[in-house]
Design a protein around this ligand. Structure first.
Ligand code: IDP
Ligand code: MG
Length: 151
């Protein structure tokens, strides 16, 4: 029943000292961290991760920004994790993002929108494999989950 999503805290999140607050918002929503690493993206990773955008005019700026400074790659797990992350992030363009969302509260520009979240369970599976090897993601139980589990 549990689902996983890739989350990237983009360079602006770390540069602005917002990593902890963004992670807290995901934890507040009940998402469980099952993988996390600080890293710097390279071009092969950017091209693979943003495969659907490689031909777009904004790819050059997007990829150079994503490679410019460290990011945090995370795997989060929970009930409907993909949709819950997307709703918690808010719209791609922070100017259209609702207040109460990460982008709606903390960002203002589409090129500095702080966070990436997978857009479907299939994308999540594909993207998680780019950033994490099988053994990097940990399976663990919590005493009480924020969703109903089978007994
Ligand atoms: P998402 O991050 O909400 O899934 P996507 O459409 O997948 O949005 O785009 C990936 C990233 O590319 C966005 O988060 C944003 O940083 C950047 N991006 C998307 N569209 C534009 C644009 O029109 N101009 C500049 N950057 C863009
Ligand atoms: Mg996307």
């Amino acid at each position: 029943m549990s689902e996983r999503s890739l989350v990237l805290l983009k360079p602006d999140a770390l540069q602005r000292g917002l990593a902890g607050r963004i992670i807290s918002r995901l934890e507040d929503r009940g998402l469980k961290i099952v993988g996390m690493k600080l890293m710097q993206m390279d071009m092969p990773t950017a091209q693979r991760h943003y495969a659907e955008h490689v031909e777009k005019p904004f790819f050059a700026g997007l990829s150079s920004f994503m490679m410019s400074r460290p990011i945090v790659a995370m795997a989060v797990e929970g009930k409907s994790a993909v949709e819950v992350v997307r709703k918690t992030m808010g719209a791609t363009n922070p100017q259209n993002a609702e207040p109460g969302t990460i982008r709606g509260d903390l960002a203002v520009d589409i090129g500095r929108n702080l966070i990436h979240g997978s857009d479907s369970p299939e994308s999540a599976e594909r993207e998680l494999a780019i950033f994490f090897a099988d053994g990097d993601l940990l399976d663990y139980d919590r005493e009480i989950e924020p969703w109903v589990t089978e007994s």
